[in-house]
Design a protein around this ligand. Structure first.
Ligand SMILES: *Cc1c(COP(=O)(O)O)cnc(C)c1O
Length: 431
């Protein structure tokens, strides 16, 4: 069967794996750090990155591993890329991606609507490395273009920003990136592993995402993914890491040797080798287990989120319900254009009366878990202003849509009557 004919749901349970030499139907876990070489030449070939058909490509699990490879191939298929690299977390997916493109003195232009952890990574940690993240006034191509200069090496945006829920206008951003011959990087964590949106189809060049969320889906394992769209010309003269002989790889030129998959290959060969953000094979295995039910979970969670969003709007104690699936949402039209299968599994709302009432409300919830995570089978609530977005100034918080009385709700798979009941009893308790 040709891969091209397979649908997302089929790829979710089959891509990247066929029963192995032991006929194991389920994906085996390879908890090994190293792999024996057939002979000295085999070892030397692998260290030259000369992979041969039918010969084991595995070297050392910081670089590659058979269980990780299944997860990577599956993710590449689900996001529509040519290759994927699995890493230890969503944060390391971003870190590895930026390090794989830029050096001290370079900059990139980013949408301002970012996950709190990303915000700190970009504006605090990267600054120490001499890589400047330039925050645009919005996620529009016009605002982003204003900050581009000759040292700009990428555009960056989240898809369904956390927790602003913006859907970027991909076609415009892709055109802007093309105009300046720089890659468009999209954090597609909220796009649920490609099920709700495949940014590469709309012109993104690299997708990064936290597998910790809906991909794994059970709140039990950290992981991150980098998907290489294979659609960017790294040989255009702006990216010496691809066109000049690599000091760390005895003169290898990545663009010449690997062409379309140069980005993914360099992530592994230089970044995982030197920075070491490898994922555990056990986590890859858990994340693959999650993937096998991804569409079923996300379908149900999107339905649940829409129903709760509509219901919350009817409660007098609640204001400002924000969900992409509501027609009053600022990004509803873009969501309809770029998303499929639903509008996401997270909503936000505000508790009338301010921050004190909000915190009390959250503390009184019994079924809904108070923590900082999303994409679990259990319903989760976060108070972004005091947790995930705490490091931002109040001004930056408001600009990112993080009001002091904002609650972020990630819907799980519980019966909705029980979820509603929990919310009602907590609202009653704070009256
Ligand atoms: C959680 C999250 C991350 C970070 O992922 P980790 O796996 O927690 O490191 C990055 N981006 C977004 C949008 C997220 O929600």
């Amino acid at each position: 069967m040709s891969k091209k004919t397979l649908h997302f749901e089929t790829l979710m349970v089959h891509a990247g794996y066929q029963p192995d030499q032991n006929n194991s139907r389920s994906i085996p876990i390879y908890p090994t750090t190293a792999y024996t070489f057939n002979n000295a030449e085999h070892g030397a070939d692998l260290f030259n990155l000369d992979f041969k058909e039918g010969v084991s490509p595995y070297i050392y699990t910081r670089l590659n591993n058979p269980t990780n490879a299944v997860f990577e191939q599956r993710m590449a298929a689900l996001e529509g890329g040519v290759a994927a690299v699995a890493v230890a977390s969503g944060q390391s997916a971003q870190m590895t991606t930026i390090m794989n493109i830029m050096k001290c003195g370079d900059n990139f232009v980013t949408s301002p609507y970012l996950y709190g952890g990303t915000y700190n990574q970009f504006f605090v940690s990267f600054k120490d490395l001499g890589i400047e993240a330039r925050k645009a006034a919005s996620d529009s191509a016009e605002d982003m273009e204003k900050l581009i200069d000759k040292n700009t090496k990428a555009l960056y945006t989240e898809n369904i920003g956390n927790p602003f829920f913006n859907v970027p206008d991909f076609e415009k951003l892709a055109a802007l990136a093309q105009k300046y011959e720089i890659p468009l990087i999209v954090d597609n964590t909220f796009g649920c592993g490609g099920y709700l949106c495949q940014p590469i189809k709309f012109g993104a060049n690299i997708v990064v995402e936290s597998a910790t969320k809906w991909i794994g889906g059970h709140g039990n394992s950290m992981g991150g993914v980098i998907v290489d769209g294979g659609n960017f010309n790294w040989g255009n003269g702006k990216f010496p890491k691809y066109t000049e002989p690599s000091e760390g790889y005895h003169g290898l030129v990545f663009w010449e040797k690997f062409g379309a998959a140069a980005f993914a290959m360099r992530c592994v060969a230089e970044n995982l080798r030197d920075m070491g953000a490898a994922i555990s094979p056990f986590n890859s295995w858990l994340l693959c287990q999650g993937l096998e039910t991804l569409s079923v979970r996300v379908d149900k969670m999107c339905q649940n989120t829409l129903e709760i969003a509509e219901w919350l709007q009817t409660l007098p104690e609640i204001e400002g319900v924000s969900y992409l699936g509501l027609p009053n949402n600022k990004y509803h039209a873009l969501a309809k254009k770029y998303l499929r299968n639903g509008f996401g599994c997270v909503l936000t709302f505000r508790v009338k009366g301010g921050v004190k009432q909000t915190v009390l409300f959250i503390e009184h919830l019994e079924l809904i878990s108070h923590l900082t995570n999303i994409g679990d089978v259990r319903t989760l609530i976060t108070h972004p202003a005091s947790t995930t977005h705490r490091q931002m100034s109040e001004e930056a918080q408001i600009a990112a849509g993080v009001y002091p009385n904002l609650c972020r709700l990630s819907l799980g798979l519980e019966h909705l009557d029980d979820v509603k009941e929990d919310i009602l009893q907590a609202l009653k308790a704070i009256k």
